[in-house]
Write a protein that binds this ligand. Structure first.
Ligand code: SF4
Length: 489
């Protein structure tokens, strides 16, 4: 009996599993299934679309990111497919983004790719609740008949303590570097969640034991992993032992190269422990770190209508605190720890006033000499079961869509560009920058970590190597750089 995991990648409000990230779903599932085969959607595309033709790894002078993330199993792909009795398809995008070197699978695509496989097919992952690769749309409605089952694995944290250790070994099947997404908790600490969010529907609030998290990281470290993100949680600051957790990770894994975090509720930064936790993050994590603040809107009407997690004033105070401790530049050339902001279009109550309020507060942040690592602007994806779906679905997206390009453009030009110039002024040197893809004669590169800055280098340099780069010019959200030297890593 051969069981195979097909990883089509996942992206949720709390948790990322799109390469270069390796999500928790395939690791836990591999632990549960004991000895599965592990393949990615890139493997399957390489076989089905391109008949394993190496020349297709670049198309029209661009790296073909549809097949960038092959596993070592690509050599045996035909054999694996033939022998598979049960196929677990991990899929689900709830917070679609732009991915530099991967394209997650959609239900439509994967259904086509697996339709002639003669085996039991089980759909798992966030897609259980729906999936959508494009923002501003309802979840993808596809015929699910191709699957024999759609399953939501609700592993307890006791089970995960075992499965995470057992399943860690799938990293051996992945030839490229991965940032390992680590789970510290699930559910939302707020009694009622934000209107658009699927996390409170999916999970009750629970934190993972510190010892279990450390054991998992140690196991992955012993398997050779050096890059980690504590990203699978809705608010890292809410973990009761977060300071001890960070210090013990560093003690037990001294040669860790990247230790970053993800989601933080700005309100938690303002709490009693907020300053201490922020200092600990600066001390124990590595530079270039970002607290992703799901602010979503600075408009008090939208805040109220959607039960968002903090007011504009609270967000501003939290941004100040993170800057106070984290703005100093670290050894990789980036500030140690900065806030990142998420803005969401299409929420209930959104109007022209919303954009004015967003601009007012963003300009205030800029004028106060504060740093933001990045502003993510998305259109909301609407999922069944959320208050937003029940109350108004895509009514506000339809109403305001005509403004979105202008609103976004204004934020990019008036805030992002100025912020970027402050963040990495011309002449700044960024170290450990990995060359990832080609687009014509340009190479795109970035550091390993959470929300790394994308750097365009105006020539083709060997991919998957590391460089020190001097910043030469600023675009709206990315920079242009020149090689200073190659790093020996
Ligand atoms: S704070 Fe809002 S966005 Fe974050 S997990 Fe809770 S409900 Fe979701």
């Amino acid at each position: 009996m051969v069981t195979t995991i097909l990883d089509c990648y996942t992206d949720e409000p709390a948790g990322l599993g799109v390469p270069p990230y390796l999500g928790t779903y395939p690791r836990y599932l591999a632990g549960y299934l004991k000895k599965p085969e592990y393949i990615t959607i890139d493997d399957l595309r390489f076989l089905k679309y391109y008949k394993l033709n190496e020349k297709k790894k670049e198309i029209n002078h661009k790296t073909n990111i549809k097949i960038y993330n092959l596993t070592k199993n690509i050599k045996r792909i035909n054999q694996i497919i033939e022998k598979t009795n049960t196929l677990f398809v991990i899929l689900g995008i709830h917070t679609p983004g732009k991915y530099l070197s991967a394209i997650p699978g959609t239900l439509k695509e994967v259904s086509n790719l697996i339709k002639d496989m003669r085996c039991e097919k089980i759909l798992v992952g966030p897609a259980f609740f729906g999936t959508q690769l494009e923002g501003g749309k309802l979840f993808e409605k596809n015929n699910l008949k191709i699957f024999n089952k759609i399953k939501h694995f609700e592993f307890t944290y006791q089970e995960i303590a075992e499965y995470a250790i057992e399943g860690a070994k799938i990293v051996k099947q992945i030839p490229d570097l991965r940032i390992i997404e680590i789970e510290t908790g699930k559910g939302c600490p707020r009694r009622e969640g934000c209107s658009f969010c699927t996390e409170p529907i999916k999970n009750k609030l629970e934190f993972r034991k510190k010892e279990d998290i450390i054991n998992e990281i140690k196991r992955l470290y012993n398997l050779g992993c050096r890059n980690f993100r504590l990203g699978k949680q809705s608010d890292l600051y809410a973990h009761p032992e977060v300071i001890e957790l960070l210090s013990e990770i560093r003690k037990s894994c001294p040669e860790i190269e990247v230790l970053h975090i993800d989601n933080v509720n700005p309100k938690s930064v303002l709490s009693k422990r907020g300053h201490e936790i922020t200092k600990a993050i600066v001390k124990y994590c590595t530079p270039g770190n970002v607290a992703a603040f799901g602010i979503e809107s600075f408009d008090p009407v939208v805040y109220k209508e959607n039960n968002l997690n903090c007011t504009a004033e609270e967000a501003y105070k939290a941004i100040k605190i993170i800057n106070k401790y984290g703005a100093k530049r670290g050894e990789n050339g980036m500030p140690s720890f900065l806030p990142g902001i998420n803005i969401l279009f299409g929420l209930k109550g959104e109007s022209k006033e919303t954009h004015k309020k967003n601009m007012y507060w963003l300009k205030k942040i800029l004028k106060s000499n504060l740093l933001l690592r990045r502003i993510n602007i998305r259109q909301v994806t609407i999922f069944k079961g959320t208050p937003l779906y029940r109350k108004c679905k895509n009514k506000f997206i339809k109403k305001n869509k005509k403004h979105y390009w202008k609103w976004r453009d204004e934020i990019r030009k008036e805030i992002d560009l100025k912020m970027l110039k402050r963040l990495v002024p011309k002449g700044t040197i960024l170290n450990s920058v990995k060359a990832e893809i080609y687009d014509g004669n340009t190479t795109f590169a970035r550091q390993i970590g959470t929300y790394p800055l994308i750097i365009g280098i105006k020539k083709r340099i060997p991919l998957k190597k590391y460089y020190s780069i001097t910043i030469k010019e600023h675009m709206l959200r990315s920079v242009i750089g020149e090689i200073k030297r190659e790093n020996k890593i």
